[in-house]
Write a protein that binds this ligand. Sequence first.
Ligand code: F6P
Length: 545
Amino acid sequence: MMLPSINPSETQAWQKLREHFFDMQYVDMKEMFAQDENRAQKFHIQWEQFLVDYSKNRINQKTIDLLLELANEVGLKQAIEAQFSGTNINQTENRAVLHTALRAKENEVVLVGGKNVVPEIFAVKNKMKSFSNEIFSGDKKGFSGKAFTDIVNIGVGGSDLGPAMVVESLQFYKNHLNVHFISNVDGDHVQEILKKVNPETTLFVVASKTFTTQETLSNAETVRTWFLKSATQKDVAKHFIAVSANIKKANDFGISEENIFPMWDWVGGRFSLWSAVGLSISLAVGFDNFEKLLSGANKMDEHFKTASFDKNIPVILALLTIWYNNFFGAESEALIPYSQYLQKLAPYLQQGIMESNGKSVGRDGFPVNYQTGTIIWGEPGTNSQHAFFQLIHQGTKLIPTDFIGFRKSLYNNNSHHDKLMSNFFAQTEALLNGKTETQVLAEFKKDGVSQEKAAALLPFKVFQGNKPTTTFLIDSLTPETLGSLIAMYEHKIFVQGIIWNIFSYDQWGVELGKQLANTILEEIDQKEIKQHDASTSFLLRNYLK
Ligand code: F6P
C-alpha cells in the first residue's frame, strides 16, 4: 500500500479546526483551569512509568476531538499499519521504514519483500553481544597484547548523534571503557580526541550506513594514518571495525568482513541507534543495558500501535504540535530535560525532527500550502532557565515547551533532586499563570516601593502567562525509560509527517551542499576558483590568499 496523498488543509477537520481556532486563540488557560477542576485528570496519559500531563495547553475537549478527527481523516491508522508491516513508505527512496523491527521480540515476524528479517537482526545482535563481552572482559586484546581501554566512534549525523546521546544519557550505567566520538571533519576535533587515547588500547568503530560520507571517511583515514605510526598494517584488523549497510565499501576501506557489523537500507540513519550503530552504546554500558534500551522502545512501539488515539502518547503529542504550528503559527518548540544526563537529547532530536519533517513538497509532488516541520531546540533545566527562559516567559513568540523530569535521581541525592524538581514544576506553573498587575502591585506594596516607582516598573514586571507546556514525569532514567522516550519522539515525527502529507524518511535537502563542497574542494586543491556567485568567489579568493 502506498501512503495516500491527502492535503490536510483540505480536510473537513482542518476547516473545523480553523473555525475552532478563532474561539480558542485568546482563551486563557488559567480560566479553563478555574472552570474545570478535573482538567488535569482529563488531559493526561499514564502509561507504564510515564505520566504525560498535557493539560497546560491551549486546548479544550473540542480541540482534541477535532485533531483526532483530522488524524482519522488523513488515514493515520492505515499509515501506522503500513509502516510496521514493512511497506515501502519511504517512497522517494523506495524503501521500508523499519527501525521498529530492530527492537522487535525474537518471536515476532517482520517481513521485508516477503522475507522475515527478525532472524538476521538477532544474528547481528548476538555478534554485538559477544564482541562487546570480549572487549570489556579484556579477552579481546589490542596489537601489543593489552586490553582495550578506549573506544572511538567515527561517524556523523545518525551514525554519531544517537550513540553519543545515549552514551551520555546512560553514563550512570557505564563500565570502565572510555567512549569518545569523532564526527566533525574539523581536523582539530580529531586531534583533540587522539590526544586522549593510546593506539595500543583503543578500538575504532567506523560507523557509516553508506560508507561514502566525506567526513567519516576522512576522519577514519586520518585516524588510521595516526595509528600506523605506532603499529603495522596487519594490526589494523584488530583495532578497526565498521558498521555499515555497504559491506563492499567498508571492505574497500580495508576492514575485513568479519569486522563489519551490517545494517540495512530500511533503517534510516537518524533512526539507526537501535542497529549495530549502537555498538558503542553496547560497549559503553554493556549489551544487557542495550537490550533494555531496545525493550523500552519496543514497549512504546506496542503502545503506539495499539492504544486508541485519544490515549496514545505520540499521537497526542503530534496533534498538539499541529495545533500550534498550523493554527497558532508557532515556529519552534523547546525541549527541556531536567536531567544533566539528557543534555544531548535536543541536538539528537534536531536531526530526527528537522531532517525528517523539514520538507516543503507534499506526497503529491506539489508544494504544500501550509507550514510543516517545527524548529526544535533546548538545553537541560535549570541551566536553560538562566539562559533563554526569559524569552519563553516574556518574549513575543509562542514556544510550546516539553518539560521532561524524573521522580528519582540516580544517586538518591534527594536534597538536590527536590531543588531541581521544584524548578521543574515552578517553571510550568509560571508559564501557565504568569503574574498579573494585581499581584505585581501587591508585591510592590509589601516591599514598600513608592507609587511612582511602582507605576514605572509595572508593565515590565507583568507576565502574561498562558504559555503552553507538556510535562513528562518519569520514574527514573533507566535504559528502558530512555528507550521509550526516544521511540515516543520517533513516532511523533511519523504522525506529523503523515498529517503534513510529506515524506519524512528521505533527506535530499542535505545533498546539494555536499555536492558543492566537493566541487569547491577541488578548486581549493588546484588553487583555481571557477564560476560562482560574486559573494562565494570573493570569499574563496580571500580564503586562498
Ligand atoms: O546528513 C545526511 C545524512 O545522510 C544523514 O541522514 C545521516 O545520518 C548522515 O548523513 C550520515 O550518513 P552515513 O551514516 O551514511 O555516514
